[in-house]
Design a binder for this molecule. Structure first.
Ligand SMILES: *[C@@H]1O[C@H](CO)[C@@H](O)[C@H](O)[C@H]1NC(C)=O
Ligand SMILES: *[C@@H]1O[C@H](CO)[C@@H](O)[C@H](O)[C@H]1NC(C)=O
Ligand SMILES: *[C@@H]1O[C@H](CO)[C@@H](O)[C@H](O)[C@H]1NC(C)=O
Ligand SMILES: *[C@@H]1O[C@H](CO)[C@@H](O)[C@H](O)[C@H]1NC(C)=O
Ligand SMILES: *[C@@H]1O[C@H](CO)[C@@H](O)[C@H](O)[C@H]1NC(C)=O
Length: 571
């Protein structure tokens, strides 16, 4: 927050190109107003065109996309690029906004356009999708990268016009398509197919404002262009710009260049944001994907129903490090989020048991948490995390004080909040790319440690965007998963059972989260459902932490057990 305020102050006083307050406000607003969204790609483009035509009518003309040639569109973009506001770009860049222009210099754009023009000349069926992508990009630059004052100045040039967005359904790019002329045909040379792929990656990227400018319902229906595309068609990852500056061993995303290799993006036990605050797991390449006999490779799929529990009853059949945005200084409550743009919390924990059932849209893990930092000297606490449908309940036992946190795990990362997030699909990683086989350390399982004390296994390494997953060719089980800003997960291959014996483990809302059970309830209503504004008995928790900070671990259980005897408790 302090940074934002500072940034705004800086922008308003740095005089070079005058950006109006309105320009800045719009640049900082991520979600387009309802007026600027449509229920489909076509409706959305029409709506935005209406706005453009109205905005330009007094001083300049608008011309439909098809009236422009590629070189005219490129001249238009070059003109905008020469006058674009560096302040606006700075706002987009600092907030990882998709409107940010990726390349900095006009000469870079010119040489890219030149290469694209050659490709289009060679493959005329790419002409139409390329022109449409140019129109979208040109409109985006005109609307979002110029100060209003600059737009006025350009409009007054003789014979000035602004392109409109294409209004038809989006032309497919680079897809095999039996009836249309726009697809890459089968007979294409390998070299030109990769050319076309490069061009299409660019075309898809310019189109990517549809990811936000369309509605959630369209996304759910699978309307083209409203979902995130295949990572290998992109080459500008990591998506959030890797603001923590992690190296390729700690983070390597599928959409970044050069493409991730074996023993890259493997991670380890992370405990802080700086790149070196991690114990990287040891890794040795065994064979690349084409050298491995595919019959021996287990796909990284979860069973549709499972229980993970050590046969000897000890804890640790499943262990993880949870990573998510820091929301309180002690990292008591935090969730994995969709990027790494904020300071993060890291918490390593072992579970006695983990359950999953996709038919019930449910998952639960019961952990023992070894306190770190300020509370390192205190007895362990237990925590059970239950996720059913779109709700999550975190039930903690804090030295005798029962606490329930009701929550919406989506983090509201969607186009049209309120958003919903369900447990991961059993086949989430069905389309993951197999990189090959490695000899790699698996943390914690079967009484092992981390780093060089990890259990060394020969596993198959898969990658999907920022996710990395490993399967065991012997047990055919998913063993290890790593996502640099969400966490590390380890499954003992001997601890799996493909069923949940007693489905009542998923009963929800849990009793402890409802009124009347001597519990501290955070964001829960009386029935134990998530309610962002309702909490009860938080003073009990305050008293417990105050006592813990002042008096240390000695006698903490006795203190906790007396807390409920006071009169002001709501239960
Ligand atoms: C005005 O612009 C149109 C379209 O860009 C072009 O065809 C025409 O030649 C231009 N006229 C002048 C006088 O530049
Ligand atoms: C990346 O950083 C980690 C943590 O310091 C280090 O162990 C690893 O060797 C580094 N990787 C490369 C390729 O430098
Ligand atoms: C895999 O390894 C073989 C043999 O070393 C090599 O010829 C091939 O190019 C490699 N493939 C990839 C994708 O690296
Ligand atoms: C916490 O749990 C671990 C493992 O179960 C155990 O080794 C450790 O002694 C416990 N610590 C405390 C303070 O109870
Ligand atoms: C994460 O979600 C937020 C919306 O909550 C969005 O603004 C941001 O761009 C997303 N990050 C990435 C890397 O997509």
């Amino acid at each position: 927050m302090a940074f934002r305020v500072f940034l705004l102050g800086f922008l308003l006083t740095s005089g070079a190109a005058p950006v109006g307050l309105k320009d800045v406000q719009r640049a900082k607003t991520k979600k387009p107003g309802a007026d600027y969204r449509g229920h489909s790609q076509v409706a959305m483009s029409k709506k935005l065109n209406d706005h453009l035509i109205r905005a330009e009518s007094s001083s300049s003309r608008t011309l439909p996309c098809e009236k422009w040639s590629l070189s005219e569109l490129q001249s238009f973009m070059a003109m905008v690029a020469e006058h674009r506001s560096h302040e606006l770009q700075l706002i987009y860049k600092s907030t990882m906004d998709r409107r940010s222009i990726r390349s900095e210099s006009l000469p870079e754009f010119r040489s890219q356009w030149q290469r694209f023009n050659q490709l289009v000349n060679k493959h005329p069926h790419l002409h139409a999708p390329q022109k449409e992508a140019h129109c979208r990009e040109a409109v985006m630059w005109w609307v979002h990268h110029l100060a209003e004052e600059k737009r006025q100045e350009l409009r007054s040039r003789p014979n000035f016009s602004v392109p409109l967005l294409p209004e038809g359904a989006k032309k497919p790019c680079g897809q095999l398509n039996s009836d249309g002329g726009v697809a890459i045909d089968n007979g294409m040379l390998a070299e030109s197919a990769s050319d076309a792929e490069e061009l299409c990656a660019k075309v898809n990227e310019a189109n990517s404002c549809d990811w936000c400018h369309s509605t959630q319902a369209d996304h759910d229906k699978g309307v083209p262009g409203t979902s995130v595309p295949d990572g290998l068609k992109k080459f500008t990852g990591p998506d959030d710009g890797n603001p923590q500056g992690w190296n390729r061993t700690r983070r390597c995303d599928q959409d970044q260049m050069p493409r991730c290799q074996l023993c890259e993006g493997i991670g380890g036990m992370a405990y802080g944001d700086p790149n070196d605050d991690i114990i990287i797991t040891p890794c040795e390449i065994v064979a690349n994907a084409s050298e491995v006999d595919p019959k021996t490779v287990a796909k990284p799929l979860y069973p549709k129903q499972f229980t993970i529990k050590r046969k000897d009853g000890k804890q640790g059949g499943y262990s993880d490090t949870l990573i998510g945005w820091k929301t309180d200084p002690f990292c008591f409550g935090f969730f994995p989020q969709n990027d790494s743009t904020k300071p993060m919390c890291y918490r390593s924990e072992d579970a006695f048991i983990k359950y999953y059932d996709i038919e019930r849209e449910a998952q639960r893990a019961d952990y023992t948490i070894h306190n770190g930092g300020l509370f390192a000297a205190f007895p362990n606490i237990t925590s059970s995390i239950l996720h059913v449908q779109d709700q999550m309940w975190i039930q903690n036992d804090l030295w005798g004080v029962k606490q329930c946190i009701c929550s919406n795990p989506s983090g509201n990362h969607c186009t049209n909040p309120p958003c919903k997030a369900y447990v991961q699909h059993w086949d989430t990683f069905a389309s993951a790319q197999h990189l090959g086989r490695e000899r790699i350390g698996v943390e914690w399982i079967q009484d092992h440690g981390v780093g060089h004390s990890a259990k060394i296994m020969e596993l198959d390494h898969f990658i999907l965007w920022a996710h990395h997953v490993w399967t065991d060719p012997i047990s055919k089980r998913l063993v290890r998963a790593w996502k640099p800003f969400n966490g590390l997960q380890l499954y003992d291959p001997e601890a799996w059972e493909d069923q949940v014996e007693d489905p009542s483990v998923f009963d929800s809302p849990p009793e402890m989260c409802k009124k009347g059970h001597r519990s501290v309830r955070i964001h829960c209503d009386d029935d134990g459902n998530y309610h962002p504004k309702k909490s009860a008995n938080t003073h009990i928790l305050d008293a417990l932490f105050r006592r813990a900070m002042e008096g240390g671990p000695e006698g903490i259980f006795e203190f906790a057990s007396q807390l409920w005897e006071t009169a002001s408790v709501v239960v």
